[in-house]
Ligand binder design. Sequence first.
Ligand code: PMP
Length: 402
Amino acid sequence: MPEFRKASRIDAIEVSEILQIGARAAELKQQGRPVIILGAGEPDFDTPDAIKQAAVDAIWAGETKYTALGGTTALKQAISAKFNRDHGLDYGLDEIIVSTGAKQVLYNAFMASLEPGDEVIVPAPYWTSYVDIIALAGGKPVLVPCEAETGFRMTPAQLQQALTPRTRWVLFNSPSNPSGAAYGAKNYAPLLQILLQHPDVWIMADDMYEHITYEGFDFATPAAVEPRLKSRCLTINGVSKAYAMTGWRIGYAGGPAALISAMAVIQGQSTSCASSVSQAAAVAALNGSQQILSERRSSFQARRDLVVDGLNALDGISCPRPEGAFYTFASCAGVLGRRTLGGEILETDADFCAYVLEQHDVAMVPGRAFGLSPYFRISYATSTAELREALARLARAVDQLR
Ligand code: PMP
């Protein structure tokens, strides 16, 4: 049999640790173990009925054909109105692109802008796909470790130090997957001040978790915080997390027309356009009542507090209270060096997560997968009952260490 020869371009991409852990957890479940998986990157809620109905209506109205490459006019208008309503940002229809998820927006943007060796500043911990997409596009991720002590936010000094003549983009993700940390206008201001002095550097803001923030945290986005930078900002968002629509695959961005049309060239040779039916659903999500957002926010906030309080009660674990998203990123530094009942010494966050999964049936992802150790990520987008049980198991797991 002839052997398959894969392209060297994918050598830079590693099999995601998140997927590996998911596979191991599924295997244990298959064996009858009651594994609780705290790994999901999606809300456990269902898509609201009015949004589903809009999709059904679109199907029966015959909206079943290719749409314009960059999105339907109706959806681009809804996105333009959203940017205006939420941030006073003005984006014309030629400054907006609709893609198959925000992931494709990121892919389009990096493929359309990076030359080999161009640098992208990525604060760590980061969503794992960033570095893989940047690498696929031939760029070089420049990782900046942002510890719990600085709220998992990049400091002006760190940004200053990371900038080089090769820097093409600085990437912000607020609220962050995996840390849940967010930048308010005050956090952004000094960073953007520095970027005003670097006219060749562009700013990518991944605002996917915009609507999942707590206790009146005042969400901010760079293009609105510093309007002088809007002409080199790409403001990325989507309906996946806000409206529990991960499977519909609709993401979008606002940015300068030249960048948006370069991104459209890439999209034109991959997916052409996002699904027509999903675009109709996204119009209903953005134009409809936004009441659902605050209801879900308070439900997520109660779970956040349950998990953060539960984690901080454990000897050796410490967890900052995140401003948003549905993740906690806790330090396990205090348990490293301890021994399990079986006599193994836990040396890394990956050891800790493997121990908790293999011996206590809770699946979590080590900080290592997100470029910052020793931490572990919990997704609390699951029922309160399951979270309580998981915390009880974690308490037992930590208790048994010596
Ligand atoms: N950005 C971040 C930070 C994410 O966590 C995700 C989903 N995990 C995405 C972008 C992509 O979302 P989608 O492709 O579903 O729009």
